[in-house]
Design a protein around this ligand. Structure first.
Ligand code: PAF
Length: 287
């Protein structure tokens, strides 16, 4: 079994990480990057372990990126626990935690953004104006700082993963983007750092999201391919459990173009809803 270092190096400065990565690449080593905002859960740990298995060096970035939060969102209360996160990263096989201060990432306000002009205003983008420009710009910066051979993202943030892949493709970033399967709680709730905002009762009620998605899957397997019916069952389950729907949409999973009438194999259901004050997202792919 591979032995992991008990101690992990925390780097705070972009230039220091860039120098380290250049040195590693110069020695022919592969680098895996796992970008996160911290408050790590099993889903993140799975990403780190996957990277550690497949790369010589694994870097986990922990940076709560202010530019991807809207004015009324949870930037201030987003959980912060660097030391505990760093320990989890070490146990999962990471070598470096990159934890810059906002001033280090944004010494000056950004004037240059990466945007996906087509997809930034749909699905989650419709409800979170500016969010994807914030995400893409910070991910572009992290890729340029950490110089990874591979970068790992959760499939849970389906639209995010899609726009990151498209950015890497469109702008020729020399990195392979790897999407990693969603890890779920026993009751089906997708793991998320935001789950800890919820009471136990809310967490239980939020399991209706996955129940609704599974119900839609069963209906599809029974031959029901109507978008209205499949969306309807998901919405019904969530509402019955007390959730407030932001959107439930069905799209082609390869380009995220909306599907309006009949679902086919390449479709994905995308959704966002609130349980109490907590905003949750999830998705289901049809195979
Ligand atoms: O998914 C996240 O945690 C963030 O959006 C990311 C990719 C680390 C960018 O800040």
């Amino acid at each position: 079994m591979r032995k992991y270092p008990k101690k992990i190096k925390i780097i705070r400065k972009a230039l220091e990480l860039q120098k380290f990565s250049k040195k590693m690449l110069g020695q022919g080593k592969s680098i895996g990057l796992v970008p996160t905002m911290g408050a790590l859960h099993k889903g993140h740990i799975h990403l780190v372990e996957t990277s550690a298995k497949n790369n010589d060096v694994t870097i986990v970035s922990i940076f709560i990126n202010p530019t991807q939060f809207g004015a009324n969102e949870d930037f201030a209360k987003y959980p912060r626990r660097l030391q505990a996160d760093a320990k989890l990263c070490a146990e999962a096989g990471a070598n470096i935690v990159f934890a810059p201060e906002p001033k280090e990432m944004y010494p000056q306000p950004l004037q240059t953004y990466v945007r996906n002009a087509e997809l930034e205003n749909v699905y989650c983008g419709k409800w979170r104006p500016g969010h994807f420009a914030g995400v893409l710009s910070v991910v572009a910066k992290l890729l340029n700082i950490a110089l990874p051979s591979r970068a790992y993202f959760g499939e849970k943030d389906f639209q995010q993963l899609h726009v990151i892949r498209k950015m890497v493709f469109d702008l020729n970033f020399p990195v392979k983007v790897i999407g990693v399967k969603t890890i779920r709680e026993k009751n089906g709730l997708a793991m998320s750092s935001r789950n800890e905002y919820m009471s136990l009762k809310e967490r239980e009620a939020a399991s209706s999201i996955y129940a609704g998605l599974m119900e839609a899957k069963k209906m599809y397997e029974r031959g029901i391919d109507s978008v209205v019916k499949l969306k309807g069952i998901v919405e019904k389950k969530i509402k019955q459990a007390g959730g407030k729907i932001q959107y439930v949409e069905i799209a082609n999973k390869n380009d995220l173009q909306p599907i309006k009438t009949k679902v086919s194999k390449n479709a994905v259901i995308l959704l966002a809803c609130h349980f109490g004050k907590t905003r949750l997202i999830d998705h289901l792919e049809f195979f």
